[in-house]
Ligand binder design. Structure first.
Ligand code: ATP
Ligand code: MG
Ligand code: MG
Ligand code: MG
Length: 443
């Protein structure tokens, strides 16, 4: 009935010991050389991910469940603002990148390859060229159909100079990228703020504290951009913040265009500018006609004749980065802590150890799991720790380490009438006793 057993599901497949896989020499080297960070360590030790090569990671069942939940959340918010989901090719012809001038700008970060006919391609690090060319190749549409908001969630490839911290800086990672096409600057800016509001909802729902700052446009181009950051000591961006004058910007931008003194409204002595480290989890850009003019992507205006360049925006979300960055922010030194909405499972049931009534406890756990998983939002969300030779305490350590939001312990009181279960709210560290009915309405 949609529940998982620890023995079959978690521990059989992997060691899941909370310790490093002794075979994973490269992971050990990364970690022992101090190259790693807490979330990277916890994800490796708990089989959320496994390293394939530097900057390349397999995502294992628990990690994938979480990523898929995040994907559903992002799909909901993108589609709520009219986003049309597409899936573009991973390979992009090098000629497109040469046409936009970014082939040289991206330099060594671009992975390039040749087919058997010696045609050159690159593995898409972002898809402005491809999507604009796609629009240009479609029948010219009327201004009435605008804005168009295409988005995809797909693997991106960047030959990062220093892949680091697991999924935080991979050479292959999952990104949600939306591209918008508007009639003019005015409507494009409305679209820009609509997408930013959807980003706010996404980050609010994930529930990890984030901060939105003015961002540098880098090689993507354009002249308006914002970044979303999770503040963390291991963040690779420097964020300038002042609660008094309201400055919130990536230091990169301040250095790029010297805009800081202009933005700050207060004399230097009054401004309480702070510098903090941030992990960039999302980035939005207003692009204008930079790409549409190059690729001749146009729509038909009111007169039905004039072909006008689209006004574009592009909006990135680092899906795999958000996943790990939230673990980095919430976890303790030894235990994973997930945003509740994207935890791989919601409930971890531990029935009392084998004894004369061992089978009864297990049967009880299965009945409880069946009852819980009848509820649509809990389908597949329950794991029973059926390692019946281990004490509750020992299994509780594992449940806590994996960080499922709720641990339900079936002890002596579970077999009394009426039954009582010990429910641990793992994120809050609170324990309460509940009846079956209370548990059903609570979870
Ligand atoms: P960074 O400054 O960290 O190198 P970026 O500014 O180059 O990132 P963008 O081009 O803005 O990245 O891409 C959009 C989003 O994709 C980023 O905000 C980030 O969340 C994610 N991202 C970028 N590079 C990586 C990477 N190497 N690994 C994981 N996620 C990444
Ligand atoms: Mg980068
Ligand atoms: Mg950046
Ligand atoms: Mg960026």
């Amino acid at each position: 009935m949609g529940s998982y057993c620890y023995r079959r599901y978690v521990s059989r497949l992997f060691q899941n010991s909370g310790k490093l896989n002794p075979k994973a020499k490269s992971e050990r080297r990364d970690h022992e050389s101090g190259f790693s960070c807490n979330s990277h360590k916890l994800m490796l030790y708990n089989d959320i991910i496994a390293q394939s090569h530097p900057g390349g990671f397999h995502i294992l069942p628990l990690g994938l469940r979480s990523l898929e939940k995040l994907t559903r959340l992002v799909d909901e918010e993108m589609q709520a603002i009219g986003g049309l989901k597409i899936s573009m090719t991973t390979l992009a012809s090098d000629s497109l990148w040469k046409q936009s001038g970014r082939y040289t700008e991206a330099g060594a970060e671009l992975f390039t390859l040749k087919d058997r006919h010696k045609h050159e391609y690159c593995l898409g690090p972002t898809h402005e060229e491809l999507v604009t060319k796609l629009l240009a190749s479609m029948p010219i549409i009327s201004y009435k159909a605008l804005p168009i908001k295409f988005y995809q969630i797909s693997r991106k490839f960047r030959d990062e100079m220093a892949p680091k911290y697991g999924l935080l800086r991979g050479r292959e990672f999952e990104m949600k990228d939306m591209y918008t096409f508007d009639r003019n600057e005015e409507t494009a800016l409305v679209t820009y703020s609509t997408v930013c509001q959807a980003y706010d909802r996404i980050f609010d729902r994930i529930g990890v504290k984030y901060i939105k700052v003015s961002g540098a446009t880098g090689i993507i181009g354009g002249n308006l951009s914002h970044e979303y950051h999770y503040l963390a000591d291991i963040g690779q961006d420097s964020i300038l913040l002042c609660d008094r004058c309201g400055v919130r910007m990536n230091k990169e931008l301040a250095v790029e265009d010297g805009s800081l003194p202009k933005t700050c409204q207060l004399p230097a002595t009054k401004c309480e500018l702070q510098e903090k480290k941030g992990i960039e989890v999302g980035h939005t850009f207003y692009l204008g006609t930079k790409y549409s003019s190059i690729f001749k992507a146009t729509y038909k205006d009111q007169d039905g004749i004039s072909a006008i360049d689209y006004n574009m925006g592009c909006f990135g979300l680092g899906m795999t980065r958000i996943l790990q960055a939230s673990l980095e922010t919430l976890s303790t030194e030894n235990s994973l802590r997930w945003p509740k909405l994207i935890a791989p499972h919601q409930i971890y049931i531990i029935p009392k150890k084998d004894g004369p009534r061992g089978d009864e406890y297990l049967a009880n756990a299965e009945a409880l799991s069946d009852a819980l998983t009848q509820r649509p939002h809990l389908r597949g969300e329950v794991v029973i720790d059926d390692r019946m030779s281990l004490t509750i305490g020992r299994r509780n350590v594992d449940g806590d380490r994996l960080g499922y939001p709720y641990i339900v312990i079936l002890g002596v009181k579970a077999l009394e009438s009426p039954a009582q279960f010990e429910v641990i709210d793992v994120n809050r560290g609170e324990t309460t006793f509940m009846s079956t009915d209370q548990l059903m309405t609570f979870a």
